[in-house]
Write a protein that binds this ligand. Structure first.
Ligand SMILES: Nc1nc2c(c(=O)[nH]1)N[C@H]1C(S)=C(S)[C@@H](COP(=O)(O)O)O[C@H]1N2
Ligand SMILES: [Mo]
Length: 335
């Protein structure tokens, strides 16, 4: 877990506190990253958006067409009607989007994703299952019961939001494909489109973005496949047309733009643990286990900018801690 610290002079204008803790900028300075990605000009043109523009004006209309649009807003699940915090305004959540396929620069994710074509889209559910399926997104949406849930969301960079996701439990989908007894893990793979995604080419990351859960984690009641947010179909920047949500883990586990859900017998590799030894497989939220480069004791609410104490398992311990009682004797479960 220990790695050399890079000197990070605080006088530089891009060294705002949030950026200072961006885990992904480990190897290169942000300016260098942006230069290599060819975003220099875009940053010049949009440079003020992150600070002064009314973020509300950056929001593209949600994907309001499509046969599933009439299913929104879905009925809110009373068990998750309220996450004990006020909802984050949609524009604030959009302004903080993390989506490296588009850009490492948060203010560019919304405008770049707005130009991307997310349709048509198919999802494959395969691997150690009795009934593998490849479904068009509309067919999938017709099949699954949609509900709304308000969850807390905690990024490893120590910002947090509270948002209403629309979607269905991953368990409901997995039951349909009938996992074999050999299935122990669920691997989630996102769209691979090096030509279409402007952020992919220049960076040496192991694209496509991929994540994984144990089968028990995937079957946990909290684990969602989200197809919408704020009562509407998912906009591009939050992971259209469908993404994972695992609210007791750091946000990087919640992979966007899924194209494949594969059940496996061996533990799959994950994008961030391949990219850096700072990250492991489990990535459960724990305020007492600092990141090698910063504390996780508190988090900055996107809604107010205030810091609040971080909760163990992001406050979802009642529903998830049991899965780790044995595991944590032999595994590194916090990163
Ligand atoms: N495909 C993909 N999924 C991704 C990411 C990404 O860069 N690409 N970033 C992750 C990180 S680090 C976080 S914090 C969340 C952010 O979700 P949001 O932008 O909808 O808030 O998405 C996660 N899922
Ligand atoms: Mo994140």
């Amino acid at each position: 877990m220990s790695r050399p610290r890079r000197p990070r002079p605080r006088s530089r204008p891009w060294n705002l506190p949030e950026r200072d803790v961006t885990p992904e900028a480990t190897y290169l300075s942000r300016r260098e990253l942006l230069r290599r990605m060819g975003h220099g000009a875009a940053i010049g043109a949009l440079g003020l958006l992150g600070c002064t523009a009314d973020q509300g004006t950056l929001l593209p209309p949600a994907a309001a067409d499509g046969p599933a649009a009439s299913r929104y807003p879905a009925k809110r699940n009373p068990r998750y009607a309220d996450a004990g915090r006020s909802l984050t305004p949609a524009a604030k959540a959009a302004a903080s989007c993390n989506y490296y396929e588009f850009s490492v620069e948060k203010s560019l994710v919304v405008p770049l994703a707005a130009k991307y074509e997310f349709s048509p889209w198919t999802v494959e559910i395969s691997g150690e299952v009795a009934k593998p399926q490849t479904l068009d997104i509309d067919a999938l949406l017709k099949l699954m019961p949609l509900e709304e849930r308000v969850y807390r969301f905690r990024c490893v960079e120590a910002w947090a939001m509270t948002v209403p996701w629309t979607g269905f439990p991953l368990s409901a989908l997995l039951k349909r494909v009938e996992p074999r007894s050999s299935a122990k893990y669920v691997r989630l793979v996102t769209r691979h489109d090096p030509k279409g995604f402007p952020g992919v080419g220049a960076l040496g990351y192991p694209w496509p973005y991929h994540e994984a859960l144990t089968l028990a984690e995937a079957m946990n009641e909290l684990t969602l496949i989200a197809t919408g947010i704020y009562g509407k179909p998912m906009p591009g920047h939050h992971g259209a047309p469908l993404r994972l949500i695992v609210p007791w883990k750091y946000g990087f586990k919640s992979a966007k733009s899924l194209v494949k859900i594969e059940l496996t017998s061996e533990r799959p590799k994950t994008f961030w643990s391949s990219a850096s030894p700072e990250y492991g497989f489990f990535a459960n939220v724990n305020p007492k286990v600092p990141h090698p480069r910063w504390s996780q004791a508190s988090e900055r609410m996107l809604s107010t900018g205030r810091r609040v104490p971080t909760q163990l398992f992001n406050g979802y311990g009642d529903q998830v801690a049991g899965m780790y009682t044995e595991l944590q004797k032999t595994e590194r479960i916090w990163y």
